[in-house]
Design a protein around this ligand. Structure first.
Ligand SMILES: [Zn+2]
Length: 162
């Protein structure tokens, strides 16, 4: 048995229990309040799955390039496994209220988290340590299911890691 403190809550974890395929990396909890990484379904602004349709600029049809994990505005975002922080990565570049994020490496994966204000942009974190805070999505997309967007650096589908 090993003790973990995550999101201020004490957990007991039994070591050695691994229901997932041992060859596939799995993300630990990203967002406080969503310990199981529940995925965003569909809402007034669209759906959260990889490849979901999106309307781009001037009506151009685009596809959702990541996977959305439910997370309330202002929630703490934690490292899903031991990670290295590799600088800012913003989704829009328009400096709106949610235009921030970070690029990370860990478990052999390179990925980005959008709509997060990181506490720092470089360095390393252990699994469960705080990366930052979810930005106020409801200010920009009222009625959306607030979420953190997970996108692989190579644009591949991250769903298998969840
Ligand atoms: Zn997304």
């Amino acid at each position: 048995m090993k003790l973990y403190i995550l999101c201020g809550v004490l957990f007991l974890a039994v070591l050695g229990y691994s229901p997932a395929d041992a060859n596939t990396v799995k993300f630990g909890s990203l967002c406080c309040g969503n310990p199981n990484n529940n995925k965003r379904g569909c809402d007034v602004k669209g759906c959260g799955y990889f490849g979901a349709p999106r309307n781009g600029k001037k009506g151009v049809k685009q596809k959702h390039g990541g996977l959305d994990i439910e997370c309330e505005d202002g929630s703490t975002i934690n490292a899903p496994f031991d990670v290295t922080l590799n600088g800012k990565s913003a989704p829009y570049g328009n400096s709106n209220a949610i235009d921030n994020g970070i690029k990370l490496n860990g478990e052999g994966l390179c990925f980005k988290l959008f709509y997060v204000k990181p506490d720092k942009y470089y360095g390393s974190l252990k699994k469960g340590e705080k990366i930052g805070t979810l930005l106020p999505m409801q200010k920009v997309y009222p009625g959306i299911t607030s979420h953190v967007h997970v996108q692989m650096c190579d644009k591949s589908d991250p769903t298998k890691y969840f």
